[in-house]
Ligand binder design. Structure first.
Ligand code: XIL
Length: 380
């Protein structure tokens, strides 16, 4: 399926190049985003390497955010639902499903011929109270099974890859004490992948987490892949979320993790890439994370705009990461940005609400940034 996608992309690329040749660069029409239509888009530039995806939110799915949708159509060939498929949204009660937004998401992906990701089937966060408050293991196992069968089953043959399990590890590589682990032990992981494979036999199945560059956590992720393989189950890829900043993590650490996951035979994906440019409360000496930083100028230094020097730093850091991805493009099948533009980014509101962050490749008006040019330049 993925090969087919690449094939289609290549045809598109050849056609686009042909058209570019005919049109000549001078007569190229300008898009609203400012890029010339005959320039290669991100998806076209990287078509021979990996998918370039974006997480999309509800206003985009229902067609409200038209500037972002134009960028999505042109620049990205994969999508991930930022929130609409999370358990609390798609199955808020044991017997109640709200399919509308998720259906619209998959419809949009098909209309635009995207590689469509499902996010996420089993996660302790953004799960409804009836899950987190369950105390009976049999009941929880049944809830989990019904959820996976209903959601993955509904989109079988339409969703191309599922984040089956999200964030099941602690930083030291041990299992997170989620309600699933507490009541069902490691077996819940085995069951989740077995049920997902039955419900969506054609979809790729992933394990997804943050800080997967961290060497201890890396050991945990490799253990999950091996656990599934030992049980005769399919795990197609490891998703490194990629919520990074301008100084960390070190590129070498990210590279060591790519190599470790690739060595298990799994594909590697960067599934939620963004680079925060703002100070982090956890970095402040003695900072109490529960302290209220809202409205603090010190914590929101670029509310009035981003200095050129910082914009250049972001661009260089993006280029460093994409150079690494290109170096490992045998293993890496997708790089997804966690949002289309800076206005949409969750990092405007996390870990402190109401800030002005600049973590993505398109600005608040969906125009390409210096970071976009830097990423494209690697392929020119
Ligand atoms: C975030 C969304 O971007 C926010 O809109 C929401 O309020 C919280 O979740 N890891 C994940 C994503 O796997 O689902 C999270 O998305 C970001 C961290």
């Amino acid at each position: 399926m993925q090969l087919l996608h690449y094939f289609r992309n290549s045809i598109f690329l050849i056609l686009a190049l042909g058209l570019a040749g005919c049109a000549g660069t001078n007569s190229a029409p300008e898009t609203e985003a400012g890029a010339s239509e005959t320039d290669l888009s991100l998806a076209e530039a990287y078509a021979g390497n990996f998918y370039i995806g974006a997480a999309i939110n509800a206003p985009q799915i229902i067609g409200q955010d038209t500037a972002a949708l134009r960028v999505l159509a042109r620049e990205f060939n994969s999508i991930t639902p930022e929130n609409v498929m999370k358990w609390e949204n798609i199955q808020p009660g044991p017997d109640s499903f709200t399919w509308e937004m998720a259906d619209a998401y998959v419809d949009l992906g098909e209309q635009q011929d995207k590689w469509i990701i499902g996010h996420t089937l089993v996660w302790h966060s953004q799960a409804p109270a009836y899950i987190n408050e369950t105390t009976d293991p049999d009941q929880l196992r049944t809830y989990m099974e019904e959820h996976i069968r209903a959601v993955a089953g509904r989109y079988a043959g339409r969703i191309d890859g599922w984040d089956v399990l999200n964030e099941a590890l602690n930083e030291d590589g041990s299992y997170r004490e989620s309600v699933f682990y507490k009541l069902l032990g490691e077996q819940y992981i085995v069951d989740a992948y077995r049920i997902a494979a039955e419900a969506a036999p054609d979809a790729e199945l992933y394990y997804n987490d943050y800080n997967l560059n961290n060497p201890e956590k890396r050991t945990g992720a490799v253990r999950i892949v091996n656990l599934l393989k030992e049980n005769g189950l399919r795990i197609d890829g490891v998703g490194m979320q990629g919520h990074y900043n301008l100084n960390g993590p070190p590129i070498e650490e990210v590279e060591a993790s790519i190599e470790a996951y690739a060595a298990t035979g799994a594909k590697v994906m960067f599934t939620e890439l963004d680079l925060t440019t703002l100070p982090n409360p956890w970095d402040l000496q003695g900072a109490d994370v529960n302290q209220n930083f809202e409205g603090s100028e010190k914590m929101n230094p670029y509310a009035a705009g981003l200095p050129d020097s910082v914009s250049t730093k972001i661009a260089e850091r993006y280029a460093d990461f994409f150079n690494l991805f290109l170096k490992h493009d045998e293993a890496i099948t997708r790089v997804t940005l966690w949002g289309v533009n800076d206005a949409q980014s969750w990092l405007n509101n996390w870990p402190i609400r109401g800030r002005t962050n600049y973590p993505l490749l398109f600005d608040r008006d969906s125009a390409p940034k210096e970071a976009y040019d830097a990423v494209i330049a690697l392929k020119q």
